[in-house]
Design a protein. Structure first.
Length: 69
């Protein structure tokens, strides 16, 4: 999988204010990476949360609330 390497600049004032929108972005290169290696950290972060959500839904605890009339 080919990914872009992006140089991103965010002003200190924005960071202090908690705003993370970039002031500028520039593609400085491209790199070929292994797809599994690229997505592994995201999966390791999200999988436990999704698994817990599904288990709570099955047990009727937590989850998304809807207005039923």
């Amino acid at each position: 999988m080919k990914v872009a390497i992006v140089k991103t600049v965010i002003s200190r004032e924005k960071l202090i204010a908690g705003e993370f929108t970039p002031d500028s972005e520039e593609i400085i290169g491209y790199e070929e990476v292994d797809e599994e290696e690229f997505y592994r950290p995201l999966v390791q972060f999200l999988y436990p949360k999704i698994k817990k959500f599904i288990e709570e839904e099955k047990n009727g605890v937590g989850g998304v609330q809807t207005n039923k009339e």
